[in-house]
Design a protein around this ligand. Structure first.
Ligand SMILES: [Zn+2]
Length: 309
């Protein structure tokens, strides 16, 4: 199993200026399936940039109705369903994301929800999907229906707090996590409403005692204050191996010993013919239609052509 970070920035300002990317993360090969969690702005482009394929996603998770978590959800769903031509995959999200609640959401249109199995979850809900169990965990955040997720596969638990302030029940909800992924906006004890700073994260780690802790969704103050040094400090204080995620970080997880995860920095790859890219070779330029056919990428024109014969 791999956890791949397609973005590690978070919060409005970190997202707007893209000091860090904001494509969320993927959990790949969890029981043979790939999931994209909180595909924020740029998720589609980052997927290609780091050499992955959005068409092999089996499920999309969206925790709450903030742009840095949902922005690219619909286009990833289109990739998952082969351009909305096939019934496929799961969409798992909060009530605000899927149905809308007060001024929040919905963030995914009913059209985009029409081809997949949709699981709308509220805090405390436990559901089965594919070979996994998912628990929606509570949050204390601006979106009152926002949730985190704990995904369990064969007794192995990956917990994601999403955006939330610290509160005592949070640790209980993420109890038993082997890997804890948290949105940690600020370093030290400079907390900001509805978010974790390092000291809240430290409390949480001490209570949950995961085997590996990862902080992501880093705000500008964290990004500018040596997040790797902050993660080392947290490791020392808690005794739990803690990593500061970086854009393009891929972790090869060994279920028996997640603390020994192999860290790979994914190369920024060219995505030929997937962008207006000056490196597009002449061969690809000439053969773009053939290549598209080979990969089953039908544009509107070829569909019309096919339908009219
Ligand atoms: Zn948020």
């Amino acid at each position: 199993m791999k956890i791949i970070f397609l973005g590690t920035g978070g919060g409005r300002f970190s997202s707007i200026n893209q000091r860090r990317m904001t494509g969320g993360f993927r959990i790949d090969n969890l029981g043979g399936k790939n999931y994209h969690v909180d595909p924020g702005p740029g998720a589609l482009v980052r997927t290609y940039q780091f050499g992955l394929d959005p068409r092999n996603v089996d499920g999309v998770f969206v925790s709450h109705s903030h742009t840095d978590h949902y922005n690219d959800a619909e286009i990833i769903i289109e990739a998952m369903t082969n351009g909305m031509t096939q019934n496929y995959g799961h969409i798992i999200g909060s009530k605000s994301v899927l149905s809308g609640f007060e001024e929040w959401g919905p963030c995914i249109s009913s059209y985009h929800q029409s081809r997949s199995k949709v699981l709308e979850v509220e805090k405390g809900d436990i559901r089965y999907f594919d070979n996994c169990l998912i628990k929606a965990t509570p949050t204390n955040h601006a979106d009152p229906k926002g949730v985190g997720f704990q995904i369990e596969y064969k007794d192995f638990k990956i917990s994601y707090t999403s955006d939330t302030a610290y509160f005592p029940e949070l640790a209980k909800a993420h109890d038993g996590a082997d890997i804890l992924i948290a949105s940690v906006l600020r370093p030290g004890n400079k907390s900001i409403r509805g978010h974790l700073c390092s000291s809240g994260f430290i409390r949480l780690i001490k209570e949950i005692k995961p085997r590996l802790a990862i902080m992501t969704h880093l705000g500008l103050k964290m990004i500018s204050n040596n997040p790797i040094g902050e993660a080392k400090r947290i490791t020392k204080l808690t005794g739990v191996k803690t990593l500061a995620a970086f854009d393009g970080m891929s972790l090869d997880i060994n279920y028996n010993n997640p603390a020994k995860a192999r860290i790979v920095s994914l190369k920024d790859v060219d995505a030929p013919y997937h962008g207006s890219n000056s490196n597009l070779s002449n061969f690809e330029r000439r053969n773009v239609n053939k290549l598209a056919d080979k990969h089953g990428e039908n544009d509107e024109l070829s569909l019309i052509r096919r339908n009219s014969f």
